[in-house]
Design a binder for this molecule. Structure first.
Ligand code: EPZ
Length: 436
């Protein structure tokens, strides 16, 4: 075979042991990069994760004229004063849906924006009706023509918005625009995720007046302009949770550093319930996960924060696929987030999906196989399965994983995993010979 898409090749069976540093949260970085253009002064962002989605979004704000300077791998300076165009090219939204945060940012600053409508994705149709409902509530005219959202208004005015459902993206997008609307806006039934709070804190550090982020009622008093600032992105709770699951699946002992343990409570509670030992450090910035025996079954239902995160559902299912007994996992946020189950079955898992529920009969061990990543978090979950499996696993289409995990294979290798990032059959054979 010729050159293929990049892959991971893994020799499983090694417990993960050691310490790993968590990067900044992708899902906070994306809206914060968008919001950074809302001032004509310079914004310095620190602790940015070096992942593809962040790099694509930086390209897209440069594409509309913003000044973007990469200070180092995790630090960038942004200045929005040179923006000449409020329309975002389709090529960017096609690469990452989160370009739709530019709607809220450009509306907040220029009172107009045109952004292509994001399509669906592998985990569901993901409409943005709630985003548009919020913009209309503060006086924005929305017209969707030829797949483009044309948004404009003479002056945004604060309003009382009751979200029909809890939406991270809609809460953030509306918060960005309303932070510059005239008067007061209340967002009821708001999302409470840590990255929603991080965006509110960032906007406030530019001079916004936002209260209540992290609760289900956010109160915003619009201000006429923002100033520059320096801001450090919150640690990524999903990256941290992914490493917690990898420690559990491989019966390892891992200290996960640079985290906020409170953000991980739902994950820690579930792992403790099935038999892991979880220790939080005195300095309160790390968690230790130990799994010395076979884990037990449980029931998990994904919920908006502070419930069990949907972005941790595939990783949790991999751990439960190795547990003693039958577990139930219910996905209540997205309609199509079990695509990895067929790949996992090729490694020996016994899982039956009925609607939005997976019934998981635990097995002793996976066996290595050639599998492919259906999406970002499912890809990470399949890597975890490969780390536990007997023999070799080749994970195809890792481009999805590279969107949201910085140096995933490097961090796993530092914990004792036998994993390489390759892009040819020859390299796969070389790895298999090396670790034999
Ligand atoms: C964010 O997506 C995250 N992405 C997702 O993470 C995460 O799974 C999700 O929040 C839930 O936590 C980013 O932050 C870039 P939602 P978002 O709006 O904002 C429906 C990852 O792996 N909905 O909270 O799109 C929607 O279809 C990604 O990093 C509407 O119906 O999620 C879904 O069923 C995957 N209308 C539910 O609400 C709307 O207008 C929750 O979606 C908006 C959403």
């Amino acid at each position: 075979m010729g050159w293929t898409m990049e892959q991971y090749v893994i020799r499983g069976g090694f417990p993960l042991v050691g310490e790993v540093e968590i990067s900044g949260a992708k899902n906070a970085a994306l809206p914060i990069i968008s919001a950074a253009i809302m001032t004509d002064e310079t914004v310095t962002l620190e602790n940015l994760p070096d992942v593809n989605d962040v790099n694509v979004l930086l390209d897209s704000i440069a594409g509309i004229g913003a000044y973007v300077e990469r200070v180092d791998r995790h630090t960038v300076k942004i200045n929005g004063s040179t923006i000449r165009d409020c329309s975002v090219e389709y090529e960017y939204i096609k690469k990452i849906r989160a370009s739709y945060y530019l709607l809220g940012a450009l509306l907040g600053k220029y009172n107009n924006a045109s952004v292509p409508l994001p399509g669906g994705c592998n985990i569901g149709s993901r409409p943005i009706d709630q985003h548009l409902k919020g913009f209309r509530a503060i006086g924005v005219d929305i017209d969707i023509r030829h797949g483009i959202i044309e948004a404009s208004c003479s002056m945004m005015k604060g309003s009382h918005i009751f979200m029909d459902l809890v939406s991270v993206g809609a809460t953030i997008n509306i918060m960005m625009a309303a932070s510059r609307a005239f008067g007061k806006t209340t967002i009821e039934n708001a999302a409470k995720e840590p990255h929603v709070v991080d965006v509110a804190n960032f906007l406030n550090s530019m001079g916004a007046n936002i209260k209540g982020a992290g609760t289900d009622v956010i109160r915003i008093t619009g201000v006429p302009a923002f100033h520059g600032c320096t801001y450090s992105i919150v640690p990524d709770m999903i990256e941290a949770g992914t490493f917690m699951m990898a420690a559990a699946a491989t019966r390892g002992d891992v200290i996960i550093k640079n985290v906020i343990p409170k953000h991980l409570e739902a994950i820690s509670a579930k792992l403790t319930e099935i038999g892991c030992q979880i220790e939080e450090s005195e300095s309160d910035d790390s968690v230790r996960v130990m799994a010395t025996k076979r884990l037990a079954k449980t029931h998990v239902k994904t919920q908006p924060y502070p419930g069990f995160p949907t972005d941790m559902q595939p990783q949790m299912s991999v751990v439960l696929a190795l547990s003693q007994g039958t577990s139930i996992v219910t996905e209540s946020i997205f309609e199509n987030r079990f695509k990895y189950v067929d790949e996992l079955a090729r490694m020996g898992a016994s899982i039956k999906v009925e609607g939005n529920t997976a019934i998981i009969d635990g097995i002793d061990t996976f066996t290595g196989a050639r599998i492919s990543s259906p999406d970002l978090r499912a890809g990470a979950a399949l890597v975890i399965a490969g780390l536990q499996a007997e023999g070799f696993t080749i994970v195809d289409d890792i481009v999805y994983i590279l969107r949201g995990y910085e140096d995933f294979d490097g961090k796993l290798r530092s914990l004792g995993a036998e994993i390489r990032r390759v892009s040819s059959e020859k390299e796969i054979e070389k790895f298999e010979l090396e670790v034999g």
